[in-house]
Design a protein. Structure first.
Length: 641
């Protein structure tokens, strides 16, 4: 479908992509991976034609429709959420208007044998075919279903989109892209602006509903594993293609890098010996031929390259936590509010020493607000908020861009606040967070979002805190950095409170959650996976109640009474065929309804994640069949009068 051949992108003397090539086939699900700055976003822009390569080519059929979601984008203002989302159906509206115009014209013409009349008929058939492909739910229902899946509420639909944050506006653009049903989806960090429930919905949509090809850049390991089947890595300007999902790619890559590292080290030893020979005998006439021969050999040698990070063994350890009281933080009847807005009411929270707790829920429900109350940046509107005895709090704010001094260097950021013996370990601490060599002299102003997040975490290593409050610490971090941080937090012997939408990061790290939803804060004991399984079933039932789609026959008696009426009619051959089809449909509808009931019963009683995923997919498949059969049953009954 899309072929990238011998493609190079160079900026002056720096080559970002060096003669790369790979193919995106129909229905491919590709995860595009590599360290920050490797060229992943550039590849997407090249495919979309937003940038041009230095050399090489990209071939794609003209008819292929591409949907591209960049990390940041401009958006139109002046419309409500639903109005903007429905613009994706403008082409359908134009076709419907054209169809109406053609029908009006045909009704007035009598030149049935003319070429122009035949042309109108041909265009009429083409439009009908195009509209038939779009038949089904109304545009409004499709738009609302998608917006709700992405976290919007009914009351949001008529709000002007400029009253929403950049993140929520990105969700609107994502909804439009999904509703356009492109042949190829290019998604650059799509989960950055989604909450934990929206990510789960989006993941399910890509797995069950999207039928095209996918090229995905993401730092969410579980998302990659669940929606991709192939991994293309960009490393040192080259691409390496693995026909497996991300976690399997990591294992295969480890094997390849072990072999490559061994080859690199062997080559380095050979180069060192050769250079030593050249230096020792460069000026001896008897060795001149051998020296020149080895100089030429080195010049022709194809050097093996290995990422510095692949040769480093990185570990991060937080300082031992000083013992505090049994309760690290508590809140009683807590209400949080801003002027003209109550965020949540009457929350009761208790976080005990040593617990690792996550705050989860949709954006805007109060997770960051509670973090700011815990840290003393905000006062409660009502109720009590209290840190425990001898608690030393370390806070990582979500907005590191505003917290860090942009005029300071990486090293200076730590050096300015470090005191005592820890000052001798600043370079080691920065190295553990992937700041090496000249990196430590960079100004904060030129750091990427991920680098700023890592620097903010490094600051927390300077004091022995016993309560860490981390608000979205993994935003913009790559998977490797997140793995390093997760292991450090698991080993941390203090108390942890964390806001995060990264399921893989939270799984195995926290054992208690507080869910922020509809102005309330509720405690959930257990893992993130268990919470999401429960929430998924509730959301599924909620969507079915709201978008139950085609009304079903209310009772078996209704079907029987209408069938009895049909029997009294004078039966033509066509009527007998209809009655036979209706009878078969009724049997199949009854069977499908029983299947749905059985699936719902099993869903409510299982906590096995794999089984829940399997049952949810089966539920949607059976429900689609039931809707289709019910719609046909009603059409057949109408035909019989």
């Amino acid at each position: 479908m899309i072929s990238i051949s011998d493609l190079t992108v160079a900026y002056g003397s720096f080559t970002l992509l060096d003669h790369i090539g790979f193919h995106i086939s129909e229905n491919d699900r590709i995860g595009l991976v590599g360290k920050n700055g490797a060229g992943k976003s550039t590849v997407m822009k090249l495919i979309c034609g937003l940038e041009s390569p230095t050399s090489g080519r990209i071939d794609k059929p003209q008819h292929v429709r591409i949907g591209y979601l960049p990390q940041l984008m401009e958006y139109a203002k002046g419309r409500t959420v639903i109005e903007e989302t429905l613009t994706v159906f403008d082409e359908i509206k134009q076709l419907e208007k054209e169809l109406e115009t053609i029908n009006d014209e045909l009704a007035q013409r009598t030149d049935y044998e003319s070429d122009s009349y035949a042309g109108l008929i041909e265009r009429l058939n083409t439009i009908n075919d195009l509209l038939a492909l779009e038949a089904g739910e109304s545009p409004r229902v499709q738009a609302e279903r998608t917006l709700i899946g992405l976290g919007f509420r009914d009351e949001d639909f008529d709000r002007p989109r400029e009253t929403f944050s950049q993140g929520w506006n990105m969700r609107i653009e994502l909804a439009k892209i999904l509703l356009a049903r492109p042949d190829v989806l290019l998604l650059d960090e799509p989960t950055n602006h989604l909450d934990i429930e929206s990510i789960a919905w989006f993941e399910e949509y890509l797995k069950k509903s999207f039928r095209g090809s996918l090229l995905l850049v993401s730092h969410d390991r579980r998302f990659l594993d669940n929606v991709t089947t192939r991994t293309v890595e960009i490393l040192l300007g080259k691409v390496h293609d693995y026909k497996v999902p991300y976690s399997q790619y990591v294992a295969l890559r480890k094997e390849r890098m072990t072999q490559q590292l061994a080859a690199y080290e062997n080559q380095q030893r050979m180069i060192e010996k050769t250079e030593d020979f050249i230096n020792r005998f460069r000026y001896k006439p008897t060795k001149s031929n051998q020296v020149q021969s080895r100089i030429k050999a080195l010049e022709k040698l194809e050097r093996i390259e290995v990422e510095d990070e692949d040769r480093a063994m990185l570990t991060v350890k937080f300082p031992p936590a000083v013992r505090c009281g049994d309760v690290a933080y508590s809140a009683k009847d807590l209400t949080a509010a801003y002027p003209q807005k109550v965020v949540f009411r009457h929350a009761d929270i208790e976080i005990r020493r040593g617990e690792k707790v996550a705050f989860v829920g949709r954006n805007g429900e109060g997770k960051t607000t509670l973090m700011r109350i815990i840290c003393g940046e905000l006062e409660p509107a009502e109720g009590e908020s209290k840190l425990g005895h001898n608690v030393s709090l370390g806070y990582f704010a979500q907005n590191q861009e505003d917290v860090l001094d942009k005029s300071e260097t990486v090293f200076g950021t730590l050096d300015r606040i470090a005191v005592g013996e820890i000052r001798t370990k600043l370079r080691d601490i920065l190295g553990a967070f992937l700041f090496k060599g000249e990196d430590i002299d960079k100004k904060v102003s030129v750091l990427s979002g991920g680098e700023r997040a890592r620097l903010g975490m490094a600051k927390l290593m300077l004091q022995p805190y016993n309560l860490l409050a981390l608000d979205e610490p993994t935003n913009h971090m790559d998977i490797r950095s997140k793995d390093i941080l997760k292991q450090a937090l698991k080993a941390f012997d203090g108390t942890l409170v964390i806001v995060s939408h990264d399921r893989d990061f939270l799984d195995g790290l926290v054992d208690k959650l507080y869910e922020f939803r509809d102005g309330r804060v509720r405690e959930h004991l257990g893992t993130v996976s268990e919470f999401l399984e429960k929430r998924k079933l509730e959301n599924l039932q909620e969507l079915e109640r709201r978008f139950g789609a085609t009304p079903q026959p209310k009772t078996e008696e209704k079907r029987e009474s209408q069938a009895a009426f049909v029997q009294k009619r004078t039966e033509s051959k066509e009527e007998r065929k209809l009655r036979s089809r209706i009878a078969r449909l009724e049997e199949e509808i009854s069977s499908l309804e029983q299947q749905l009931a059985g699936i719902e019963t099993e869903l409510s009683g299982t906590t096995d994640h794999a089984r829940v995923m399997e049952l949810s997919g089966e539920y949607l498949r059976v429900k689609d069949q039931l809707d289709a059969h019910t719609a046909e049953w009603e059409r057949k009954m109408e035909e019989l009068g």
